[in-house]
Design a protein around this ligand. Sequence first.
Ligand code: CTP
Length: 402
Amino acid sequence: MDKPEVVLGVSGGIAAYKACELLRRLTESGHDVRVVPTASALHFVGEATWSALSGHPATTEVWESVHEVPHVRIGQSADLVVIAPATADLLAKAAHGLADDLLTNTLLTARCPVVFAPAMHTEMWEHPATQENVATLRRRGAIVIEPAVGRLTGVDTGKGRLPDPGEIFEVCRRVLARGTEALTADLAGRHVVVSAGGTREPLDPVRFLGNRSTGRQGYALARAAVARGARVTLVSANSELPDPAGADVVRAGTAAQLREAVLKAAADADAVVMAAAVADFRPARYAEGKIKKREGQEPEPLALVRNPDILAEISAERARPGQIVVGFAAETDDVLANGRAKLARKGCDLLVVNEVGEHKTFGAETNEAVVLGADGTETPVPYGPKGALADTVWDLVARRLG
Ligand code: CTP
């Protein structure tokens, strides 16, 4: 199969360096990417970087390789155009149909979905001129991602930061997989709770019992739910991933803390997805001081006690009628049979079953799974990015919520 063709337009802002990370993600996930920088973008990141990372020349002007008619061809053959960063100037040109370089020509000839990821100072973003240009672009069907809030160039902070490259990649992936209508807000007005990461059960002030979960799948679920219009509470256990924009992030360390946070957030939730790897056991005793080795003595055996099963608890006592509860099952053998048994035992509506191993699932960008329904349904999710599995889970949840 031909690789999807993506045009990465880069306009002249300091955040251009972050577009290198977006480019890397796009190429590594099997996209053929053409970088079209503006002349001012090249002040921040040079042509050599773009062409080395993309494997194509990166030209800014329509006067290079004129016999190939690049100002028309690049836009016409693209499956997606993404502009990151999109400066106030670039947004203005796009809104008014100006075409004075290769990127703006490409925008006029492209008939595929176009995603803008703006980055600029807060004042420039909030200026009525920029806001009207953004509204114009959205009205015409372009996707303009809201800028993130945080540290800007220099000492000031505010709205205007380029969203995390992972977020921009996720929007691109969804639009390519499902078209722009995939961005409809079918979870608008809903509150969903997602737990993510892995709990750590302390043994003493320096040691804990933990697991390999990084939180990637749960964060992908949170991000996808935000994109579909939900209010999202992400209960995150020991994940180092950047906060997904638009989600309320609550931190939890141990299974007990995770339980408390999930129960609290679930009180008014339409759906709860337990993607966190929760420790089934914790040390029976917490040593206030560091456990020391003693010469000539065998270590004491480690006594463990059971942690409450949060998924079983919220499934048995739904905080509100019609609440949908989703669990995850990480299995190493007899994956489907164990999954069916676990679904029945836990009493949830959906169970995402995936096979795990040292180099499978944990920490990976990809996942392969089967979603089992309490109603007997079985939805296979082919090998692919964790965001794609997240979308399948939300499809199934949205259908059940009606
Ligand atoms: N889970 C939970 N509370 C626990 C343990 C697990 O809520 N104390 C949730 C996880 O978030 C996940 C699901 O239960 O959604 C499955 O967890 P898993 O550890 O695979 O299942 P277990 O019931 O522990 O079964 P087993 O140990 O036999 O694999």
